[in-house]
Every structure is written in structure tokens, then in C-alpha cells.
Design a protein around this ligand. Structure first.
Ligand code: FAD
Ligand code: NA7
Length: 455
């Protein structure tokens, strides 16, 4: 009987998985029956921008965490699909830090090329996954959000690709309940224009805090105070942005910090990270982990250690994104179609311990980058994922870190990153990022604007 695979989520991970199966099928492999369930009305996951916050039209928690004016926070060369280059998609070289719409177009291009949409059921949420009572396989309970109808289907494999940057981690500090302004989590941040002229407190010291603070300033906010809990980001911030230690309390609109300083604040943006959340997975199949490079209890970062027929994609803290998702999807596919022989529990566990031990030795971003590159290489050497220059990506990741340290406002203006797939060098963008207020793809790709110097 044909085996059945459930893929949960049609974000970049779910799409990578569908694409991997299609590639094998086109080469003549016998592939299983694949069904992908996506609770949004179209593919792309976080890249499928929504203006909505809170609950969606069906009363479901809104998945989207991306905001208007979001530009890639790393060079596109570091996330390029090895089998679908940017050159191929756009027909020419483009700059290295595209806005969201451009990357969405790129993701969609590969998905369309293999017509993977035919495997996706939209507006369909997975509500529950459990071991089948027969002892093999899984029961997956699905709800059609349009109709409210539910059904339970049997699958031999379950692949979870639901992301982990959607359920916010929302701490409370004394005085929040009496703060007269707006308090929101970065998950609900959409449009920087909302904060024009406002004095902002941005809490956190990672990617969201960095980018949302910069973006609010770029679009005309008042002074921004970034408060860190453990350590500052330490960039040479532009005028009007400063970093201070942890908040101790709010009193009315006055913020008090550990260094004894105070600031007057109009709005607070909590850039305090996200939770890995899988309420639809039965307890013994549910991934529970912090946001780290080698998540808990996953062999090769993919296979549930106790039961490799359950797989999780993209659950790592991410330097690499689409490239890593592809490497994972290829490996998951090859296990399912019998090209990758799954070792027994003891060997899986030893391999997992080895990687976790390696993870404990990492000291800083350069080590993290090498670790994730090594993880990808470990996976790709087990499959036929097309070759690409991974050592070049390590180098470019480190250059990117250096550019950020040199100038956090201008790091996106760098080009001359080289595609690890085609070797093409990226072109300069017509407008420096700080001055590029219009993020539409037509503006970005077109040559309509004059080159402008950055701040
Ligand atoms: P997601 O994109 O989150 O997609 C998961 C999908 O699963 C969604 O479509 C969701 O609707 C669906 N789903 C969830 N639960 C269910 C359910 N129960 N049933 C059915 N469907 C379900 N990466 C970069 O490479 N560059 C960037 O510049 C970048 N910027 C980012 C900015 C922000 C603000 C955030 C939050 C992340 C950013 N990322 C960036 C990282 C991002 O995580 C990845 O690029 C990518 O979107 C992860 O893909 P995914 O498929 O794992 O998850
Ligand atoms: P991250 O990278 O998980 O960072 C979360 C930040 O939130 C980190 O600096 C934490 O500080 C901080 N944090 C967490 N809890 C608290 C509390 N209670 N008080 C103060 N600060 C806190 O999430 P991001 O949203 O920045 O990035 C996620 C993805 O989105 C990323 O991949 C990007 O591509 C975009 P800590 O250092 O732990 O003290």
C-alpha cells in the first residue's frame, strides 16, 4: 500500500519538503502520497505578509510576525536554494538585501516551478497528532477553517514545519499594568509609521530589537531606548538610539533601569523572542526546546529521537535559513523513500550527544556560523542535494557580522557578495537602505531611484 506523509505548514520548510519529494519523483523515484496542511490561505509562512494581528478571520492566532518594510537581515546569497538560483529566478543579478516581497517572490517561484501547490490544503489547521491505536503510524486530526468540519486521517509519517517565531514570549515588568501608552510584542509590530515622533522603549538584545529599533528610527520615531537583560548588542547606533541595562519598573510613563537612569516613554515594544509551541502534538511526540542551534531530542536536528517517523524541520535558531531547510527536507525525504537508512536508537542518541557536546563549545557568532554550516554539510553529504560552496557562505556570514559591527546603519548597503550557487556577484542597490522607504518589489528591482548616500 502507498505510504502517506503529512506535512504540517506550507512555509519555507513545508515548501522545501514538497519540493524535495517532487525532485525525487521527477527522477523516477517511487514517492509516497503527500498531503500538506496549511492554516493560512496561501503558502509562504512568515513571508506571506499579513496586516492582521491577534486573531484572524477564523478566530485563529495570527501566524505572521513579519512587518512592513522588512528587508532581509542577511545577504540573500546565504539563503540561496542550491537548485534554484536568484539569477535564474530574476533573470539577472540583483542586490544582496532584498525586501520581504522580493524574497517571497523567490520562494514562490520555486514552489510554482514544481507546482507543489497541488499538494497543499489551505485554510486547514492540524489540531492533533497522536500515535495510531494500531501501534504504527499516526492519527492526524484536521479542521477545515472555512467550514468548521473536522476529520481524522491516518499517516505513516508526520513532518512538522510550523515554524517557531509566532508564539511570543511576553514577560511582564512592574508597572506595565498602569503604563498609559501601548505595549506590544514584536509579533504584533507591523508599521513603523505608527511610532513617528514617539519615545520608544525596545526590550531585548537580539535580531528583532536591533531591526525594529533601526526601522522605527528610519521612519521617524522619537528617541529609542533599547533595554538589554543579559548583554548589550553594542553596535555604534545612529543618533537617537541608545542601549541601557534591564528595566526594573515602569512608573506611569517613566522607565527605571538597573543603572539608575530613567527615561520618559510613549510606547513599549517587547522584542523578547518566541516560544517553540506545538499544542497539536501528543505529549510523547512534542518537541520542547529553547531556541538553540541543536534543539532537544532531534537526531540530525530533524528526526524525533524516540521515533524518527516524526520529523521537525527548521526548529534551529537560525543563521542559515532556506539552505538549511532544504538540507533537512532532502534528508527527511531520503529516509522516507528508503535512500537513507535510519540507524538504531543507540547510534542516533550517540550522534545527537556528539553534536550537543560540540554546541557547548561554541564561543560567539563565528563559532555558531561554523557549527550551523557543519550541521548542513553533515546532512547534505547523506543526500543528493546539489553541491554549493558552503565554505564561501561561512566566509560571507563572517563578513556580514563584521559589516554590522562597522556600521549597523549601512551593513545592508554592502554588495559584492558572491552567489555560492552560480558565482555571480550581487549588484549595488540604487538607494542606500536608510533612505529606501519604499520597499515594493517593483521599486527595488527597478532602476527608478537615484543613488543616495547613507547616513
Ligand atoms: P514559518 O515561516 O513560520 O511557516 C510555518 C507555517 O506553518 C505557516 O504558514 C503557518 O500558518 C503554518 N502552521 C502553523 N501551525 C499550523 C497548524 N497547526 N496547522 C497548519 N498549518 C500551521 N529568515 C531569513 O532568512 N531572512 C530574514 O530576513 C528573516 N527575517 C525574519 C524576520 C522575522 C520578524 C521573523 C519572525 C523571522 C525571520 N526569518 C528570516 C526567519 C524565518 O523563521 C524563516 O525565514 C522562515 O520563515 C521559517 O520557515 P518555516 O517554514 O520554518 O516557518
Ligand atoms: P531571540 O533571538 O530569541 O531573542 C530574544 C531576546 O529577548 C533576547 O535578547 C533575550 O535576552 C530577550 N528576552 C527574553 N526574555 C526577556 C525578558 N524577560 N526580559 C528582557 N529581555 C528578554 O528573538 P528575536 O525575536 O530577536 O529573533 C527571532 C527571529 O526573528 C530571528 O531569527 C530573526 O530572523 C527575526 P537574553 O539575551 O536572553 O537575556
Amino acid at each position: 500500500m502507498t505510504e502517506r506523509v503529512a506535512i504540517i505548514g506550507a512555509g519555507p520548510c513545508g515548501l522545501a519538503q514538497l519540493h524535495a519529494f517532487e525532485e525525487a519523483r521527477k527522477q523516477g523515484a517511487t514517492t509516497p502520497e503527500v498531503e500538506c496542511f496549511e492554516k493560512q490561505s496561501y503558502w509562504g509562512g512568515l513571508w506571506n505578509y499579513t496586516w492582521r494581528t491577534g486573531l484572524d478571520e477564523f478566530g485563529e492566532p495570527v501566524h505572521g510576525s513579519m512587518y512592513r518594510y522588512l528587508w532581509s537581515n542577511a545577504p540573500k546569497e546565504l539563503l540561496e536554494f542550491a537548485d534554484y538560483s536568484f539569477d535564474y529566478h530574476f533573470g539577472r543579478a540583483i542586490p544582496s538585501f532584498p525586501p520581504r516581497e522580493v524574497l517571497y517572490d523567490y520562494i514562490s517561484g520555486r514552489a510554482q516551478k514544481n507546482d507543489v501547490g497541488r499538494f497543499i490544503q489551505y485554510n486547514t489547521a492540524v489540531r492533533w497528532v497522536d500515535n495510531d491505536t494500531s501501534g504504527s503510524g499516526y492519527e492526524v486530526t484536521i479542521e477545515e477553517l472555512n467550514t468548521g468540519n473536522s476529520r481524522t486521517e491516518y499517516f505513516d509519517y508526520v513532518i512538522v514545519g510550523t515554524g517557531h517565531f509566532s508564539i511570543p514570549n511576553v514577560p511582564e515588568y512592574p508597572g506595565f499594568d498602569r503604563f498609559p501608552g501601548r505595549i506590544l510584542h514584536s509579533h504584533d509590530f507591523r508599521d513603523a509609521n505608527e511610532f513617528v515622533g514617539k519615545r520608544l522603549l525596545v526590550m531585548g538584545s537580539s535580531y528583532s530589537a536591533e531591526d525594529i529599533a533601526l526601522q522605527c528610527k528610519k521612519y521617524g520615531s522619537g528617541p529609542i531606548t533599547i533595554s538589554y537583560r543579559t548583554s548589550p548588542m553594542g553596535f555604534d547606533w545612529p543618533d537617537g538610539i541608545e542601549e541601557v541595562p534591564q528595566l526594573t519598573q515602569m512608573s506611569g510613563s517613566t522607565a527605571y533601569f538597573r543603572d539608575g537612569s530613567t527615561r520618559e516613554i510613549d510606547a513599549i515594544i517587547l522584542c523578547t523572542g518566541y516560544q517553540h509551541s506545538f499544542p497539536f502534538m501528543a505529549e510523547d511526540l512534542k518537541l520542547t526546546t529553547s531556541n538553540r542551534l541543536y534543539p532537544d531530542n532531534l537526531y540530525k536536528g530533524v528526526f524525533w529521537l524516540d521515533d524518527p517517523n516524526v520529523m521537525y524541520l527548521g526548529m534551529q535558531d537560525q543563521y542559515y535559513t532556506f539552505t538549511m531547510f532544504d538540507a533537512e527536507a532532502w534528508l527527511a525525504r531520503d529516509y522516507i523513500i528508503g535512500r537513507f537508512a535510519m540507524p538504531g536508537y543507540t547510534e542516533r542518541e550517540q550522534d545527537y550527544r556528539k553534536w550537543r557536546e560540540y554546541e557547548t563549545q561554541l564561543d560567539g557568532a563565528f563559532d555558531d556560523i561554523d557549527f550551523q554550516a557543519d550541521h548542513i554539510a553533515d546532512m547534505t553529504q547523506l543526500t543528493d542535494y546539489p553541491a554549493f560552496d558552503i565554505d564561501l557562505t561561512r566566509e560571507m556570514f563572517k563578513q556580514w557580522e563584521e559589516h554590522k559591527d562597522e556600521n549597523i546603519v549601512t551593513y545592508r548597503d554592502h554588495y559584492q557578495f558572491k552567489s555560492p550557487v552560480t558565482g555571480t556577484t550581487s549588484t549595488p542597490h540604487h538607494t542606500d537602505w536608510w533612505y529606501a522607504l519604499d520597499d515594493r518589489m517593483t521599486t527595488y528591482i527597478g532602476d527608478g531611484m537615484q543613488k543616495t548616500q547613507s547616513a
